[in-house]
Every structure is written in structure tokens, then in C-alpha cells.
Design a binder for this molecule. Structure first.
Ligand code: CO
Ligand code: ZN
Length: 364
């Protein structure tokens, strides 16, 4: 049901998105890729004052408004101090697992140039046995960019407030459909929405599709909050990653989702509960079209759907999740089949949304 071509198309698109820099509040590179990818297949594109991209693929006049949201930003680091020898201190943007930071290579984006560095720490042979057991706090870590003075660092363009991402190439694991890289949260959502828009370009649908690529999700759903207010959607779908804890060392009851079993239809997470009728339609489509799917109940985490839901007088929302291992690390892993299926589900969903259906959402 899925062709190699579809997987390959996703691979190429996602690689570009994953390897670009888009720390919250600095989504420029991702934005450029998106605009280039979708300008030919949508009717309108604009950006708002926060930097959200709002693209419209028109349906019928007065057709229902469907907002599909994926966030452009990724978690990252921000430089807070440069010492006289040119070592950099940093803080986190979004939530990092501090355990995985030491020993990583980083790319610092200065606004114009990209500077390579490594995250260093006190060498283990100088640590006391007690220290060796502890997680190194972020304030004990530093970035070494190879320079010997503050002036030299500044000459490279590095300054207080420069942002950094972990330096990571996206690759395929073995000969499998699994891929690994950084920022799949939520570039895979961005890729899914781009792909969906391309597939819809020759399709007539009643709904007016507002594809919104949001900013600053990782620091509190900022972009979705204001763009939902502007779009005034009749319903909203967020496309984001969810945890796949299907690894050794984790009990099966705690897996939430598994890789390769299809996209997850979210029942709830910490941010909100999906609208039951939206969930029902997504499940119905998946069953009818033989799209494998999983049901997801996540006790932590939230998506843009939580913000869209509370916009104006309330919006019915649901989330289509892509199962992903090791979220918020530079070695996120997902299965390309889940991504292709997620996009098939989204395409079919958009085609089914009618004025009648939207009316039914607010009926008991
Ligand atoms: Co995230
Ligand atoms: Zn996310």
C-alpha cells in the first residue's frame, strides 16, 4: 500500500527540514524551505507578526475552515556568556535531557554564519567517585569553539543570545524504514503537512484548508495560540510526534505507541482531550482505507491542538501523532511508513470535512 517512491520522497523532504536550524523564535531556515515547497500548490501564503506561516488551499466558497498545524521550531540552546578564553556558557530553549548534552557537537547560528563547537565538561578522570555518578547540570557544561579569546569568538559572530543546535545528519538505519536525526519533533509534522498540501493540489474538497506552520511551540504553544485566533477555524488538527517507548528496558504497558504500527490517533495528552467526533471520523477513515493506526493516551506533553481548542469560543480539535523514539534528543528515530500513512489519513480526512459534518460537531 506504500510505495518506495513515497518513502523516498519523504526521506528527501524530511532530511532537508531536519538538518536545518529552527530553534524556537529563530525559525527562518525552516520557513524558507516550507515557502519554497508549497508556493506552487496553495492559493495564498502569508506570515503573521510572530512569524507563523499561514497557507490557504481553497475549497468551496463558504466551505468549512480546517486548520492543520505543525510547529516549525525545535528545542535548542542559547549562548548566555563568553569568557575571556572564548569558552561559551549556554541555557536551554525548550526542555533538554541534560544527560545527553556532554560530548555533542553543536552548530551555533550567529545570524549570519554558522560556527561549529563541542559541548565539553570537566574530564571524568578529575571527578570524584561521587561526581561520576551524578548527571552533569547544564550550568557545569560549556561550548568549546576552538578559539583562544573572547575577541576571537566575537569576530566569528558569536554573541550573547546566539542560538545553537546539536549537529546531526539524518540517516537511514540499516536497510530498514527507520531513520534517525534531530528535530523530528516537529519537522516530521511539517513534512507531513507539506506532503498533504502537494497531494491535495489536484483534488477538489469542500473545506478551506489553512495549513499553519507555527513558531515557538516548544516554549508554550505561542504560534498556535495567535494563529488560531486569526484563522477562526471550524476545526483543528495538529500533526506532531508522540513517544514510542517500545524499547528494551521499558514495560509494554508503558510504550504508548510503537514504531511501524501506523500513525497514532490521539485520545488525550496533558494539554487536551481530542474531540470525540473528530477521533471517530479519523478511526473510521483508517478502518475503511486499511490505514494501520494506534490509539494514543499520553500522560505528559501537549501539542498545538491544546491552544487551538481554547481559541475564541472554542474549536473542536484532534491530533495525528507520529510515533517517535527518544524525543527531545539528537537521535530521534521514526519509521517512514508511519509518516506516509499519517499523510494518507490526513488527506482523506480533509476530503471528508463538509459543512454538514462541522454542524454535527456541536450537536449532542
Ligand atoms: Co517537543
Ligand atoms: Zn512537538
Amino acid at each position: 500500500m506504500i510505495s518506495e517512491t513515497e518513502k523516498a520522497q519523504f526521506f528527501i523532504l524530511l532530511k532537508k527540514l531536519s538538518e536545518s536550524i529552527g530553534v524556537s523564535g529563530h525559525e527562518f531556515e525552516v520557513k524558507n524551505i516550507i515557502v519554497e515547497e508549497i508556493s506552487d500548490v496553495v492559493d495564498e501564503i502569508k506570515t503573521d507578526s510572530l512569524g507563523n506561516i499561514i497557507a490557504l488551499k481553497k475549497g468551496k466558497d463558504n466551505g468549512p475552515k480546517v486548520m492543520i498545524s505543525a510547529h516549525m521550531d525545535e528545542i535548542g540552546l542559547m549562548i548566555t556568556h563568553i569568557d575571556k578564553r572564548g569558552f561559551l556558557r549556554f541555557t536551554s530553549i525548550g526542555s533538554w535531557n541534560e544527560r545527553i548534552l556532554p560530548g555533542q557537537r553543536v552548530i551555533i547560528y550567529t545570524g549570519k554564519t554558522k560556527v561549529r563547537g563541542v559541548i565539553g565538561a570537566k574530564p571524568p578522570h578529575l571527578m570524584t567517585p561521587e561526581e561520576k555518578k551524578q548527571v552533569l547540570e547544564m550550568k557545569k557544561l560549556f561550548i568549546d569553539i576552538g578559539v583562544e579569546s573572547k575577541e576571537e569568538a566575537e569576530k566569528l559572530g558569536v554573541k550573547i543570545g546566539s542560538i545553537a543546535v546539536l549537529d546531526r545528519e539524518m540517516v537511514r538505519l540499516g536497510g530498514t524504514d527507520k531513520i534517525t536525526g534531530k528535530a523530528f519533533d516537529d519537522r516530521v509534522g511539517v513534512a507531513t503537512v507539506i506532503y498533504t498540501l502537494k497531494k491535495l493540489s489536484n483534488v477538489n474538497h469542500e473545506a478551506n484548508v489553512y495549513a499553519v506552520f507555527t513558531v515557538q511551540e516548544e516554549i508554550g504553544l505561542k504560534g498556535a495560540t495567535v494563529s488560531a485566533f486569526a484563522v477562526k477555524p471550524d476545526l483543528g488538527i495538529a500533526v506532531d510526534v508522540t513517544t514510542a517507548n517500545d524499547v528494551v528496558e521499558v514495560d509494554e504497558k508503558d510504550w504508548v505507541t510503537s514504531l511501524g504500527k501506523g500513525p497514532a490517533i490521539k485520545i488525550m495528552d496533558k494539554g487536551n482531550i481530542s474531540h470525540p467526533k473528530l477521533r471517530e471520523l479519523l478511526i473510521k477513515i483508517a478502518e475503511e482505507e486499511k490505514i494501520p493506526y494506534q490509539l494514543e493516551v499520553l500522560v505528559g506533553g501537549a501539542t498545538d491542538a491544546a491552544a487551538i481548542m481554547l481559541s475564541r469560543e472554542g474549536v473542536p480539535v484532534a491530533t495525528i501523532s507520529i510515533p517517535c523514539r527518544y524525543i527531545h534528543s539528537p537521535i530521534e528515530v521514526l519509521d517512514l511508513k508511519d509518516v506516509v500513512y499519517a499523510s494518507k489519513l490526513l488527506i482523506s480526512f480533509v476530503k471528508k470535512v463538509s459543512t454538514e459534518y462541522v454542524k454535527s460537531l456541536s450537536q449532542l
